[in-house]
Ligand binder design. Structure first.
Ligand SMILES: Nc1nc(=O)c2c([nH]1)NC[C@@H]1CN(c3ccc(C(=O)N[C@@H](CCC(=O)O)C(=O)O)cc3)CN21
Ligand SMILES: O=c1ccn([C@H]2C[C@H](O)[C@@H](COP(=O)(O)O)O2)c(=O)[nH]1
Length: 273
């Protein structure tokens, strides 16, 4: 995960001190891009231990269209607790926009189903996008979407190399990125989503490209970031997905197995609310 450590180092060296909504203060840069070849291993940060269980459950929860934290709580995932109201609701956040984007006529659009259908039937399309940034709904959300917009791309099979299947890549635009806490989750989550999409659409995996707007390290994460930068990255683990699953909405927690993950110890940090 050299790419991640390079981002962290870049912001430590070039970031400007900037005030932020939470009152914590950050070191921040605007505009940055990372690329992960999913064939080289599963991009899980190895310089601290990551809680994969939270990442998988959160992604299954997004894909189910749910916006209440009950499912997460029932599965021991607490990362959204601070933002939910007394009934556990977050407003029309990711799950709602991905699966039920509201239309002016009262109907809804399932963006994820549209992506699967387009990948299967028209893989050369340049319109395979999902937006969580619904301008009309943003002020009803507990937190406006940070991972706001993503696009899929299918590279044709190179027959001269004996390839028979196209290669699926995904690019995410993340408008705001908490480099120490949020970004390792976001990388793993979109890498996994890309692998799941590739499996159900019978494609090989290509790259995950992660593009940032405001990429920041909170001032109360600077020591933790230094500690991480002092550690040597280790070989990437491998993600195994149950090959029987052919429907993007049918994945269960048990369908995922991470092999050979050997991270440095966990590093604690407070989340800015
Ligand atoms: N400031 C901030 N950073 C974020 O990354 C973030 C938000 N707010 N608000 C909404 C979601 C929630 N996300 C979160 C929230 C908490 C952790 C966190 O505390 N992670 C710890 C514990 C992991 C666990 O319990 O599973 C970590 O060490 O990674 C991570 C992502 C990502 N988002
Ligand atoms: O998936 C996520 C969700 C949130 N974040 C971070 C980015 C910011 O530090 C905060 C959101 O605050 P805003 O003032 O709305 O930008 O949460 C993340 O990194 N990844």
């Amino acid at each position: 995960m050299k790419q991640y450590l390079d981002l962290m180092r870049h912001v430590m060296e070039n970031g400007a001190q900037k005030h932020d909504r939470t009152g914590t203060g950050t070191l921040s840069v605007f505009g940055y891009q990372m690329r992960f070849d999913l064939k080289e291993g599963f991009p899980m940060v190895t310089t601290k231990k990551l809680h994969l269980k939270s990442i998988i459950h959160e992604l299954i929860w997004f894909l189910s269209g749910d916006t209440n934290i009950k499912y997460l709580k029932d599965n021991g995932v607490r990362i959204w607790d601070e933002w939910a109201d007394a009934d556990g609701n977050l407003g029309p956040v990711y799950g709602y926009q991905w699966r039920s984007w509201p239309k002016p006529d009262g109907g809804h659009i399932d963006q994820i189903t549209q992506v699967v259908n387009t990948l299967k039937n028209n893989p050369d399309s340049r319109r395979i996008m999902v937006s969580a940034w619904n301008v009309a709904d943003v002020n009803q959300m507990a937190l406006p979407p940070c991972h706001s917009l993503f696009q899929f791309y299918v590279a044709p099979a190179d027959e001269s190399k004996g390839e028979t299947r196209g290669k699926l890549s995904c690019q995410l635009y993340q408008r705001s990125a908490d480099i120490f806490l949020g970004v390792p989750f976001n990388i793993a989550s979109y890498a996994l989503l890309t692998m799941m999409m590739a499996q159900v659409c019978d494609l090989e995996c290509g790259d995950f490209i992660h593009t940032f707007g405001d990429a920041h390290i909170y001032n109360n994460h600077l020591e933790q970031a230094q500690l991480q930068l002092s550690r040597d990255p280790r070989p990437l683990p491998t993600m195994k997905i149950n090959p029987e699953v052919k429907d993007i909405f049918s994945f269960k927690f048990e369908d995922f197995t991470l092999e050979n993950y050997d991270p440095h110890p966990h590093i604690k940090a407070a989340v800015a609310v």
